[in-house]
Design a binder for this molecule. Sequence first.
Ligand code: CA
Length: 223
Amino acid sequence: MLIIEDDATIRTAEIRALNARGHSTMSTSTALEGLQQIIAQTPDVVLLDLGLPDLDGQALLAMIRSVSSVPVIVVSARDDGPEIVAALDAGADDYLVKPFAADQLEARIRAVLRRVEVDQPTGPVVVGGLVIDERARTVSLDGTDLELSPKEFDLLLYLSQRPGVVISKREILAEVWHLPYGGADKTVDVHLHWLRRKLGESADAPVYLHRVRGVGVKLVAPS
Ligand code: CA
């Protein structure tokens, strides 16, 4: 955890409170040193005082966000609504108004860390005999690795994240091909065709990939 706070009394109190709750802390009193530490030390959470001597807190937030997605809890001395809103808009994850109780700080830290965990890609997606590993970008079917093209992989991954749900070609074009205004429906059909071949099935004899006429396609585990 990194504390960026220019007031030595507050900084010491925060370090003490967080260490007592089992966090390891680093601290600095200036924005630019804080930014350097974020890059060099990759802390799990940043506690950022908005009123720093060398740089406006919002400007620093923008710089942090250009290099890191670390959760940032903004600490503001003033109960200043617009300033807090601006900090949240600039990419802060939460805020606290001074003075605050140590338990309150701890609760906010736990909350942002929980959110980070939820956002992490989880383990492989398993649908029937299909195992799709997003991080390794590998797919196996009944224990045999499949060779998929990048787009075939993206398409299968996207469908596997909501098994049993019918997904329209328009949505697939928007989410997998990043073509939000639709267009080349045939592209999806062709990739589905290739994907079916690799899964050892066909549109007429589906196992995993089921066409729902006029609506879209769904991935289901074979019954
Ligand atoms: Ca300050």
